[in-house]
Design a protein around this ligand. Structure first.
Ligand SMILES: [Zn+2]
Length: 245
């Protein structure tokens, strides 16, 4: 058998999860723009003397050297870029950042690099936003819904918000529906389609359109009524229920 040389790789990661591995090691699940979701063993991370241990907590973002082994990959070193201190000292922020990490963990496949750059960017942007802005718990819930909507769009479920998903005509303000089966808006002329659908307000159509192509800092400038916020959160919840039941 040939002696396979160890290969190293430099990338950025966001740590999604961490476990104790064997006696002295840690195992982390991380997300990289180039490699997607990956497992990494961190040798000696459970020892008190470990320099790496503090940098591999879930949520941390760092530039890493990965040593690709025959059976598993190892973390060779990490240069911590952001540890999101303001999130880690706020229970509400911890709650929604943890849910975002779990969403990425749950709905991605290991080493699938198809959308990994966009997923990494979205997750980093959401964590930066939570870290840098103080909001009410209801607004964190709203922005987590925006995060989930954008994530869904990246992984292949971009909702159609401009044309009726049944007849293809341009959506005009008035009475429209959101169809979960066809993944987008349905006009009033096609509303007798017997699939699961909700009425959708014109303002919610506009907010979804805007949010899909703008970042969180710009989305927060929208002046949304409480009703609108609830409508958006409900549509996103139902989209996940429908697509991942
Ligand atoms: Zn139609």
């Amino acid at each position: 058998m040939l002696n396979v040389m160890e290969e190293t790789y430099i990338t950025k990661i966001i740590v999604l999860n961490r476990w104790i591995h064997r006696e002295h090691d840690s195992k982390i699940l991380a997300f990289s723009p180039e490699l997607g979701k990956i497992d990494l063993v961190v040798r000696g991370a459970q020892k008190n003397t470990s320099k790496l241990s503090a940098h591999i907590e879930p949520m941390n973002l760092g530039k890493v050297m990965i040593v690709r082994g025959r059976n598993c990959d190892y973390l060779g070193g990490i240069d911590n870029e952001r540890n999101f201190r303001n999130i880690k000292t706020d229970f509400d922020k911890i709650r929604f950042s943890s849910q975002a990490l779990k969403t990425v963990e749950k709905y991605t496949f290991r080493s699938d690099t198809n959308d990994s750059y966009e997923i990494f960017s979205l997750l980093a942007e959401f964590l930066n936003f939570l870290n840098d802005f103080n909001k009410s718990i209801n607004d964190y819930l709203l922005f987590y819904a925006f995060f989930k909507l954008k994530f869904l769009a990246i992984i292949g479920f971009l909702p159609e918000m401009y044309k009726c998903t049944k007849c293809g005509r341009k959506i005009i303000p008035g009475m429209n529906y959101f169809s979960f089966a066809s993944g987008g808006v349905v006009c009033i002329n096609c509303d007798n389609v017997g699939s699961k659908k909700l009425t959708i307000s014109d303002s919610c159509v506009k907010v979804i359109r805007f949010s899909l192509y703008n970042d969180f800092v710009d989305i927060q400038k929208l002046n949304m009524a409480e009703e609108q916020k609830k409508e958006l959160i409900r549509i996103v919840q139902l989209l996940y229920q429908y697509n991942f039941k």
